[in-house]
Design a protein around this ligand. Structure first.
Ligand code: FAD
Length: 354
């Protein structure tokens, strides 16, 4: 059976980001790489958004950048600025095509549909396939979004809406998220944080229709694209294997309080590329412990106090917007952390600590 220096299991966001990073920094000139990916075609299936707190390789896949955003509680709107760290949205379709086009030029890179087709004995393996054991108590961020196009100018494309809590909560946490890509085009998502097996929350189409008609006042529009997804807000349970490194969601790159993963994947890819020659001997790239600790408390609060969460998210942004953005993007300093903690309702959070 054929052997390779490196194997990447899963050619999704993390697998392809890593392969691209290794390729552009010429780490695959005299090393071989096998990418295992079962999907038969790549098309747009996700919209990855984040505050750009670090440079990344995919500026040319950005659909749109914003320097302003809003957060809505049921009867208030907060206007916030993010000029220094614009919020960017990446089209996964463009991302996949850009990477595959580049990788296909390197004769040392091979694609397979199944790991059984090759030998893994002497390779360093990067695995992005999660073993997600869900005990029904775990929280997920699950959502459905559609890209709508109107026939007249409708959206203010200078400002996006991060969270709008003016919607039914059904004793869970629910908000809408709107990314206006142009005056006539926007991605509108209904987002829940709850256990995953709660089918009563999954009438997503109805929720979006109601929001469009009754909240945004859009009666006529074309639907260009639809995405649904579920991000686990708990860690994967992959077995530790020698010479195997978990990457992406499987490698703990998701911020548990928010679901943000994309930029963490880019940082993890960079770290692996910088250390590739001795990657099995260096420590693993991880999200800092302080965020893991604070996120776990935050999720406990969220689980036990769903009705308060609209207010809590709104209050979070009473702190300086740049501090909150840095905090949500794992880049906050001690002062910014304190600023955020001081805005949270003390009693509710203290209760969850013990
Ligand atoms: C719809 C959606 C929208 C998201 N939006 C954002 C966002 O806006 N911002 C953000 O930061 N994060 C976002 N995330 C979270 C995160 O960035 C993505 O889930 C991201 O794709 C995670 O990358 P990954 O490589 O870990 O997983 P994936 O991208 O899912 O890649 C895993 C790959 O493994 C393949 N695979 C599956 N089984 C096997 C197998 N047995 N063998 C080999 N390969 C296999 C799959 O086909 C897939 O290609 C979103 C997630 C979803 C689902």
């Amino acid at each position: 059976m054929k052997e390779f220096d490196y194997i990447i299991i899963g050619g999704g966001c993390a697998g392809l980001s890593l392969a691209y990073e290794l390729e552009i920094y010429e780490k695959l000139k005299d090393k071989t790489l096998a990418i295992i990916e079962p999907r038969s075609e790549y098309k747009r299936d996700k919209t990855w958004s984040f505050w750009k707190v670090i440079p990344h390789n995919f500026e040319d896949c950005v659909i749109k950048s914003w320097e302003n955003f809003t957060v809505n509680s049921p009867n208030k709107v907060k206007y916030l600025e993010c000029k220094k760290t614009p919020y960017q949205s990446i089209d996964s379709g463009t991302f996949y095509q850009k990477i595959l086009k580049r990788l296909q030029k390197n004769k040392n890179i091979f694609f397979f549909k199944n790991i059984n087709e090759i030998s893994t004995l002497n390779s360093v393996v990067f695995n992005s396939v999660s073993n997600q054991k869900d005990n029904n108590n775990n929280l997920w961020q699950h959502f459905c979004g559609i890209e709508v196009e109107t026939d007249k100018d409708f959206f203010d494309d200078e400002i996006f809406n991060l969270m709008d809590f003016a919607c039914e909560q059904r004793n869970r946490v629910h908000f809408f998220y709107t990314l206006p890509f142009s005056k006539r085009k926007a991605l509108i998502e209904t987002t829940w944080i709850s256990e995953i097996n709660n089918e009563k929350l999954k009438d997503y189409d109805q929720q979006i229709d109601d929001y469009l008609a009754n909240h945004l006042n859009i009666r006529n529009c074309k639907v260009n694209y639809k995405e649904t997804g579920a991000i686990p807000l708990f860690r994967a349970n992959n077995l530790k294997k020698s010479k195997e490194i978990n990457i992406g969601t499987a490698g703990g790159m998701t911020r548990l309080s928010t679901g943000y993963t994309f930029l963490n994947i880019q940082e993890q890819s960079k770290y692996i590329r910088e250390n590739i020659e001795r990657i099995t001997d260096v420590k693993l790239f991880k999200i800092k412990k302080k965020y893991e600790f604070l996120d776990k408390i935050f999720l406990k609060v969220l689980k036990n106090n769903p009705a308060q969460m609209g207010q809590i998210f709104y209050k979070l942004f009473n702190s300086s917007p740049s501090g909150v953005i840095n905090f949500l993007s794992n880049k906050s300093n001690f002062k910014e952390d304190l600023g955020i903690i001081s805005k949270m309702p003390k009693w509710i959070f203290l209760k969850e600590l013990f």
